[in-house]
Design a binder for this molecule. Sequence first.
Ligand SMILES: *[C@@H]1O[C@H](CO)[C@@H](O)[C@H](O)[C@H]1NC(C)=O
Ligand SMILES: *[C@@H]1O[C@H](CO)[C@@H](O)[C@H](O)[C@H]1NC(C)=O
Ligand SMILES: *[C@@H]1O[C@H](CO)[C@@H](O)[C@H](O)[C@H]1NC(C)=O
Length: 306
Amino acid sequence: MQKLFYLVLLVLLPLIFCVNNRPIIGILTEPNSHALDPLKGQYIAASYVKWIESSGGRAYPIKYDSTETEILDILSHVNGVLFPGGGVDLNEDPFKATIETIYNEVIKKNKEGTYFPLWGTCLGFEILSILASENSDLLSKVDAENLPLPLSKTQGWGDSRLMSGLTSELEQILTTENVTFNNHMYGVLTETFINSPKLDSFMRMISWNKGRKGNKFVSSFEGYQYPIYGVQFHPEKNLFEWGDEDIPHDYNAILITQYFGNFLVNEARKNDQHFENESTNNTMYKICPTYTEEEGFEQSYIWQYD
Ligand SMILES: *[C@@H]1O[C@H](CO)[C@@H](O)[C@H](O)[C@H]1NC(C)=O
Ligand SMILES: *[C@@H]1O[C@H](CO)[C@@H](O)[C@H](O)[C@H]1NC(C)=O
Ligand SMILES: *[C@@H]1O[C@H](CO)[C@@H](O)[C@H](O)[C@H]1NC(C)=O
């Protein structure tokens, strides 16, 4: 009996002590899109920050024009990274170099036994696809702008970690109702995915969708071996963006948004890195977002170039 007690304790202790209930997720900035040009600089749409914050995490900016040393320093303190959506030329430095540095460091950390999640939304999903396949010509036109859809399951769905926490009610909503908001012209066709051995062996395809062109694109995936996740749709918009006409704001769509936010932040709780003197100085709370509805986001965090 006593032996059993110690055995159970031995198994449970690491689980209890490895939970970091103060997770901070780094979010990559992007050069301002054309619409934001008058404000010159780099930005993060505030909806990503709020999505993290409303799930029990905090956000930390990773400026895309940081040096490699600065990026590695940030990655040694935060508990995960989010590549947001947007519009960036992925072949141009310093953005290209930065996403590669982050991606390689995340894989290195996980290989070395430090659990470190990486999440990509929309453009972020496309970035993960390109990096994992090592093919920058991977994307095809799918015409899926302003398009809310339910997810279609692949064979990998049932084995995935990403969907494993869904209740049967949530799964029903996610697979039958127009709750995932797509807003992308390009995507990774399921056919392209299957014919890219590097991508197909690295990522588990979890769901697919059809754009207006009628071709099937991958709408979510996760790393088989690493806590790397990508969704082509925008879970953060349902809660926080009101500009695009067809963003679903109904009760069930909000439940789905919150499911994914909870999932990501909980992944970050499995990493116990921290800033040396933790204070809100180290998070987005010290920065004020700006009203940018005309630019397509209700609010944005903006850093102007000197
Ligand atoms: C969901 O979206 C599709 C594609 O736009 C549309 O055909 C369908 O009617 C929508 N379903 C509901 C229940 O709104
Ligand atoms: C953290 O706080 C300690 C004690 O106040 C101080 O000595 C140290 O320099 C601080 N470190 C950083 C990186 O601010
Ligand atoms: C946080 O910022 C304030 C104001 O800039 C500063 O006085 C304080 O020392 C900072 N704290 C840490 C831990 O860096």
